[in-house]
Each structure stands twice: as structure tokens, then as C-alpha cells.
Design a protein around this ligand. Structure first.
Ligand code: NAD
Length: 417
């Protein structure tokens, strides 16, 4: 690819390299894949366009894809999540990077820059890259190998396209792999409660925390908030999930009631206006709002801006809104993914799993080029199992395996009472 980039400050490159170094030592599964990629070059000459959070862990993925023979161009998948030092380090290593923290206005221009480099594989987080390619780059999709999607909201959008027969490329739902969802969404996002500690240094013990949704991410948030001593209330729209939350020992209430008790509110539903104008009026003075869902629509920030009599930045990534009734609400990270903005995203150990799946999926799309239909595919169980097995090995954890007798037993219907 031609040498081209747009980042904030190349002088930050050495700091970025140190940051990537620290991530890399906690991503042994991906490093093992990299070693094999170096020998086998499964991505020889493949161009990859990625729209991901530009974090140190993403850098480790990019290095791995390049070790496999690919050239990679990268833009950010969220205006506030780019780590400028990492972006600079990647440019210094020769990657085409189009990303900087605070890129609201040229977000889509950066996506266009990636597409202009003719990638055969698209790696996305939220589906903005894939949807843009569908709108304006149909030929590129026709020639390409396919796309892979990192997050629930992105997969939801792509499944709707599939249902409406609008997909023009095969898509692999990386998010839905067991090895991704069970760990990244639950334990990674769950640890995102720390974003509020980092932003506000607030005590959880004795507080009431409202968690919107009881899917993979919010389950993790509820678990970790409870672990820190908070009383957790869950809100849901799905009766099964609501029942699960009840049986897990949480109180379940409609948001309009829960909101009155809340000291903190976490949203992670993939839905919009989960916390809306009518809720702001009912909140206590000092309530903290943090969204961990993909888009900044879960908390109705526009409505809050309109209602508030005063807004001021009180700490890095914390805005205080004063309402006409005098109550002050604290919004973390402008309502964007609080863990990405304040903490730099999931810990490296978690991204080791998710990005191992991404690397192996790129290999899969390359190998199967021309044989896949334009629809959403699950990640093969073999890839998920492989990543789980290697991760355990790198953690020095052994598990049992079935004996021949046990195998025969579990595969047979003949033995009963
Ligand atoms: N912050 C991160 O690092 C991170 C990581 C992974 C996923 N995500 C994002 O988090 C969001 C949730 O992902 P998930 O994997 O947990 O999804 P999920 O589908 O497992 O769970 C979402 C839950 O929210 C519930 N819900 C939907 N609308 C609701 C509403 N209005 N009120 C209450 N509950 C509602 C659903 O019934 C469901 O149980 C997505 O936007 C996803 O892309 C963020």
C-alpha cells in the first residue's frame, strides 16, 4: 500500500511503542498465532481494512496480520477511543492509520481513506466501515473476500442487512463466537465499572447501581458492581433475561422506578434512549451516568443538553449538567463507551482472545475466498475451541479429557436407567 496516514502527533510514537510492548506480553495466544503466521504466511499479499478502536491491543493484532503477509490500513471505530501514541507508533511501523482522539468531524472521511486502499477483507467494530462500503464501494465488495465484525451492535446491523437481502459480501460474526462473547463482553465490559472509579473516584460500597440490560456486557457490569459492595438493580425488556437477573439475586424494576434510587447508572443494551428525558428529572442530585454500549445513543445526551441550565467539564471525561431543579448529573465520556474512553478499553488478556479470533477469521476468509455466500456466518467452533485451548495452555492450566469409554457413553442413546 502507499505510505499515507493521518494521526495527531508522530512524536508520540516511542511512548506508543512502550504501550504496545506492555500489551503484547499479556497476549500470548495471539503471539502464538503470529509465530505460525510468520512461518506459513496465510495472508500473503492480502489487503485488510480495519475500523477498530485504535488501542495498544489493536496494534498487536495489526502486527500479527502483517506477520501473516497482509498489509493493513486502520481507522478508528469511535471518535473518542483512539490512543494517539499507539496511532503514531503504528504509522512509524509503516501501517496506514487514519485516526486521532476527538475525531468527530472527519470520522467518515477516515473510513473512506481506508476503503480507498482497496482492502479485500474488512475488519469492523460497529459496522460503520462495512455499511459505508455497501453504500459507496460495491465493486470493492464484489472483488473482496469478506468482512468480520467485532461487536454485538455491529452484528445486529449486519443480520438486519442479511435478512433484507442487502449483504454484498460474506460476513463472519466474530462477536458471537463463544470465546469472544463469554469473555470480552462479560468480563471485559464488566470490568468497565472501573471507568467510573477512574473518572470520579467514587465508592461503590453502599451505593445503588442501576444496570440497564442483562445481556453479556451488563451481566458483567452487575456482577462487578455487586462485587464492589453496591446494591444492583437491573432493568430489562426481555422476560427471560429479567427472570435470569431475578434468579441471580438482583432486584428488577422498570427504569422509571429504578432511576429514583440510582447513585450510578450503567447502560449496555445496544438500544437507544434507555435513559431518556423523563428519567433525568427523577434522578437524585449527584447521579453518575456511564454508557458502555457501542453507540452514544443509550443515554439521550441531546435531551440532557437541552434540559440542563448549566454544563461544565469538572474532570477529564466528566461533564456536570445542572438541571432546572438544581440537581447535578455527571455524564462520563460524553455518553460514549466509558471503558474505551477512560480506561483504554478491555485489558490485554481479554483482547488476546477476541483478536486471536479476528486473526484466525482473516485466515479463514482468505482460505475460503470464493466459496462463501453473502450472508452472516458464525465463527467455526474449531476456531473458538482452538483459542480457548491455547489460552489455557499459556495460563498453564490443564484440564481432563474424555476417556474412550466416556466418549462412547456420551455419544450413545443406549444406556439409560
Ligand atoms: N464497552 C465495550 O467494551 C463493549 C464490549 C462488547 C460489546 N459492547 C456493546 O454493548 C452493547 C450490549 O452488548 P451485549 O453483547 O451485552 O448484548 P446482548 O444482546 O447480550 O444484551 C443486550 C441486553 O439489553 C437488553 N435491552 C435491549 N433494549 C433494552 C432497553 N431499552 N432497556 C433495558 N434492556 C434492554 C436486551 O434484552 C438484552 O438482554 C452492544 O452495543 C455492544 O456492541 C460494548
Amino acid at each position: 500500500m502507499v505510505k499515507d496516514y493521518r494521526v495527531k502527533n508522530l512524536d508520540l510514537a516511542s511512548q506508543g511503542k512502550e504501550s504496545i510492548y506492555l500489551a503484547e506480553m499479556r497476549m500470548p495466544t495471539l503471539l502464538r498465532i503470529r509465530k505460525r503466521f510468520e512461518e506459513e504466511k496465510p495472508l500473503d499479499d492480502v489487503r485488510i481494512g480495519a475500523c477498530l478502536h485504535v488501542t495498544r491491543e489493536t496494534a498487536v493484532l495489526l502486527r500479527t496480520l502483517r506477520a501473516g503477509g497482509a498489509s493493513v490500513a486502520l481507522c478508528g471505530s469511535n471518535p473518542l477511543s483512539t490512543q494517539d501514541d499507539v496511532a503514531a507508533a503504528l504509522v512509524e511501523e509503516g501501517f496506514n492509520v487514519y485516526a486521532w482522539r476527538g475525531n468527530d468531524d472527519e470520522y467518515y472521511a477516515c473510513i473512506q481513506s481506508v476503503l480507498q486502499l482497496n482492502p479485500a477483507i474488512l475488519i469492523d467494530d460497529g459496522a460503520d466501515l462495512i455499511v459505508t462500503a455497501h453504500r459507496e464501494w460495491e465493486n470493492l465488495l464484489k472483488k473482496g473476500f469478506g468482512a468480520q465484525e467485532e461487536t454485538t451492535t455491529g452484528v445486529t446491523r449486519l443480520r438486519i442487512m442479511d435478512k433484507e437481502d442487502a449483504l454484498k459480501t460474506p460476513v463472519i460474526a466474530v462477536n458471537d463466537a463463544k470465546i469472544k462473547m463469554m469473555f470480552d463482553n462479560r468480563y471485559g465490559t464488566g470490568q468497565g465499572v472501573v471507568s467510573v472509579i477512574k473518572a470520579m473516584n467514587v465508592l461503590f460500597a453502599g451505593k445503588v447501581v442501576v444496570v440497564a440490560g442483562y445481556g453479556w456486557c451488563s451481566k458483567g457490569l452487575a456482577m462487578r458492581a455487586r462485587g464492589l459492595g453496591a446494591e444492583v438493580i437491573v432493568t430489562e425488556v426481555d422476560p427471560f433475561k429479567a427472570l435470569e437477573a431475578v434468579m441471580d439475586g438482583y432486584r428488577v424494576l422498570p427504569m422509571s422506578q429504578a432511576i429514583e434510587e440510582a447513585d450510578m447508572i450503567f447502560t449496555s443494551t445496544g438500544c437507544r434512549d434507555v435513559v431518556a428525558a423523563e428519567h433525568f428529572r427523577k434522578m437524585k442530585d449527584g447521579t453518575i451516568l456511564a454508557n458502555l454500549g457501542h453507540f452514544n445513543v443509550e443515554v439521550a445526551v441531546d435531551a440532557l443538553e437541552q434540559m440542563a441550565e448549566k454544563k461544565r467539564r469538572v474532570r477529564e471525561d466528566v461533564d456536570e449538567y445542572t438541571l432546572p431543579n438544581g440537581n447535578r448529573l455527571y455524564l462520563i465520556a460524553e455518553g460514549r463507551l466509558a471503558n474505551l474512553v477512560t480506561l483504554g478499553g478491555h485489558p490485554s488478556e481479554i483482547m488476546d482472545l477476541s483478536f486471536s479470533v479476528q486473526a484466525l477469521t482473516a485466515e479463514y476468509l482468505t482460505k475460503n475466498h470464493g466459496t462463501l455466500e453473502n450472508k452472516v456466518y458464525e465463527v467455526s467452533e474449531a476456531i473458538s475451541q482452538d483459542v480457548a485451548r491455547v489460552k489455557l495452555e499459556t495460563m498453564n492450566i490443564q484440564i481432563d479429557s474424555l476417556t474412550r469409554q466416556q466418549l462412547n457413553y456420551v455419544r450413545s442413546f443406549k444406556v439409560g436407567t
